[in-house]
Design a protein around this ligand. Sequence first.
Ligand code: URA
Length: 185
Amino acid sequence: MTWEELEGRCRDCRKCSLCQTRTNLVFGTGNRQADILFVGEAPGEQEDLQGIPFVGPAGQLLDLYLESVGIAREQVYIANILKCRPPRNRDPLPEEQDACMVHLREQVKLIRPKMIVCLGRISAMRLIKPDFKITREHGILQKKGDFVMTAVYHPSALLRDASKKEDMYKDMKRIRMYLDEYVDI
Ligand code: URA
């Protein structure tokens, strides 16, 4: 499948009802040959309006963390578990996640990243393991199939609770160190 075919498939997708309430599809953005893929939960209001992931307040904070460890947003690929915004930003339902994961899997096949970073609990529970505990297990790097995987706090959680910011910075530095050692980024 090509990128164009996949984006068309997502645009036409009717596997769940979120396509009826979204403004725009939020397909994903960034370097399609990226070594590192960030996966969030679902588009919020700004993302839905602009059709681009992580452009609202949480996205601006994510940009700062990327910058703080010398990673440019253009170097990475950023996507979400869901490609359409859930109404009023409610948590994605399991059946919506099931429906949308087929698209993310195709994106991963096309990108073939070396590392996948889950942004927050929902993404980590979906991509790493169902009982992932973000407060205990954030920042741990583990090999899973062809990828090294890790999860960090969701930037929205940092906006609600500034005491998590120190851990986030440490986790981002660990990701940077891994990339320096094993990936030429
Ligand atoms: N939160 C997410 O999980 N994804 C976005 O794209 C924006 C906010």
